[in-house]
Design a protein around this ligand. Structure first.
Ligand SMILES: NC(=O)c1ccc[n+]([C@@H]2O[C@H](COP(=O)([O-])OP(=O)(O)OC[C@H]3O[C@@H](n4cnc5c(N)ncnc54)[C@H](OP(=O)(O)O)[C@@H]3O)[C@@H](O)[C@H]2O)c1
Length: 337
């Protein structure tokens, strides 16, 4: 089977090779999965550069999430899983950028046969993150407002989609006009552009209303500007730092207005939550993908052997959506979606 392997930390195209490896022996509680689709996420590139919270031993398989079908099962695995489409839980115990992957059965969750495998392959990380960000920190009611940065990212799209399903309104910050237009089309309630007028634009967009929750994946000034419109006692959750700058939240706002600042990392949830909760949330998200209420824009899909092109496209700014590997078809050579 063919597998992308990380040989050292560095630039993805320099340190990742496509190698043919022999099929590993299947443990009693393992399954062999024939992959259907796997996205490329910013966290994969942090893992490759050595800047992620999980560190590899080399050579390492790569790719955190994806879906595929169970091709073989170990002797202690429930036979009803044979041929089932399953999600691979993104806990970094296996790499998904491969034709086939051996996975402990505890790391899979059955998924619908009807849904689009590209969309299903993306629910392990961003939709789960969006769901937890919206449900863990404040008790949101229909009509409440939340604010978020980098709103046209996949995580941002899932946040405003799940918020909409719950009747919660979103104020979305993006850095480009085209991205603002996309977020409006995708259903974001209000959209404002990063820049010198951000504070004023946020206040105008909210028209006197206050935010209950601010979700930040960017860092720098915008999260601090959003925090100024939080209700007293509101929460800010930081889950990434795309700009490379520390989140600039004035301590006075935290102290005098009693705001709470939290950090979120999905892997902590996967490591610590009860298995039933993990399965329940992924199945709920899978159902929302299957009925069409949850999706993320796809920019391009690539076959595995075009991995260098996929990396290049994925690392570009101004994409119109996610980059994914699609396996097993002859029809995916760099397809624009
Ligand atoms: N903590 C966790 O557990 C967790 C879970 C899921 C995701 N994340 C993190 O959340 C972030 C978003 O992930 P994703 O998969 O949704 O990303 P994505 O779909 O690949 O989108 C990347 C986004 O980042 C924006 N961006 C990149 N650099 C920027 C900068 N300097 N200033 C402003 N915007 C910038 C891009 O804007 P343009 O379109 O304008 O280029 C785009 O909106 C990543 O950092 C990821 O690692 C964390």
């Amino acid at each position: 089977m063919r597998q992308l392997q990380l040989m050292a930390h560095g630039e993805p195209s320099d340190v990742i090779e496509l190698n043919t490896v022999s099929e590993p022996a299947l443990g009693q509680e393992d399954v062999l999965i024939t992959m259907e689709a796997a996205p490329l996420n910013p966290s994969d590139f942090l893992f490759v550069s050595g800047n992620y919270g999980v560190r590899p031993t080399f050579p390492s398989s790569v790719g955190a999430e994806g879906v595929g079908r169970v091709a073989k099962i170990g002797s202690k695995v429930d036979v009803s899983l044979r041929n089932k489409r399953v999600l691979i839980i993104p806990n970094y115990e296996q790499g998904t950028w491969a034709d086939q992957v051996v996975v402990p059965v505890r790391n899979i969750v059955p998924m619908s046969d009807e849904a689009d495998p590209l969309q299903l392959s993306m629910i392990g990380i961003n939709p789960a993150t969006a769901y937890l960000l919206l449900n863990r920190y404040v008790s949101l009611m229909p009509g409440d407002w939340i604010g978020q940065t980098a709103a046209n990212s996949a995580a941002g799209q899932y946040i405003f989609a799940l918020a909409k399903l719950a009747g919660v309104k979103t104020l979305n910050v993006v850095r480009r006009k085209e991205a603002a237009e996309q977020v409006r089309q995708w259903g974001g309630d209000r959209v404002v552009l990063q820049g010198d007028n951000l504070l004023k634009d946020i206040e105008e967009a909210l028209d006197g209303k206050k935010l209950s929750l601010v979700l930040d994946s960017l860092g720098g000034a915008p999260v601090g500007e959003l925090a100024k419109s939080l209700k007293p006692g509101g929460s800010i959750v930081v889950y990434a730092m795309l700009s490379g700058q520390f989140p600039a939240i004035p301590p006075g706002d935290l102290i005098y207005r009693g705001l709470s600042l939290h950090g979120f990392w999905l892997i902590n949830w996967i490591r610590n939550a009860p298995r039933t909760e993990i399965e329940e949330i992924y199945q709920k998200l899978g159902d929302l993908v299957a009925d069409g209420s949850l999706s993320s824009a796809v920019d391009h899909v690539y076959p595995l052997d075009q991995f260098k092109e996929a990396f290049k496209q994925s690392l570009k700014s101004n994409r119109s959506g996610k980059i994914l590997f699609q396996f097993g078809g002859n029809d995916v050579a760099g397809i624009s979606k």
